[in-house]
Design a protein around this ligand. Structure first.
Ligand code: SF4
Length: 114
């Protein structure tokens, strides 16, 4: 069982594909909808994202249109995964709820009549 979890680890996080079958996506994890990015790998994904911008500019400059389409697809997927990570981070930020007051607790109990 432990081995199954180890087999799910990929460079950017955890692979969510079914157990058993090998990766059918040629390990193109950045593009893959099965990838669940580990929040600890966010900076790595940002590096990949920045690198894709450079590669896209270079491919366009040199007229490599087939490569441009592939890089744009990968870039869109990386962009979407970063956006999801930012939204998740915003949702899980800590909200101060204040400390419970013992006076309020005592006040409530004193409202009870016996
Ligand atoms: S490409 Fe997708 S299915 Fe393949 S290892 Fe990466 S996340 Fe898993």
């Amino acid at each position: 069982m432990q081995r199954n979890f180890e087999l799910r680890k990929v460079g950017l996080g955890v692979c969510g594909r079914d157990y058993g079958p090998p990766c059918a996506h040629e390990n193109a994890c950045v593009r893959c909808p099965f990838l669940r990015v580990d929040p600890a790998q966010k900076s790595r994904l940002e590096e990949i994202h920045a690198n894709l911008i450079d590669r896209l500019a270079e491919a366009k400059q040199q007229g490599r249109l087939g490569e441009v389409a592939a890089i744009e697809t990968t870039f869109a997927a990386a962009d979407q995964k970063l956006q999801v990570m930012r939204e998740a981070a915003a949702r899980t930020s800590i909200v101060g709820l204040g400390m419970p007051s013992i006076r309020r607790t005592i006040g409530r109990s004193s409202e009870m009549t016996f």
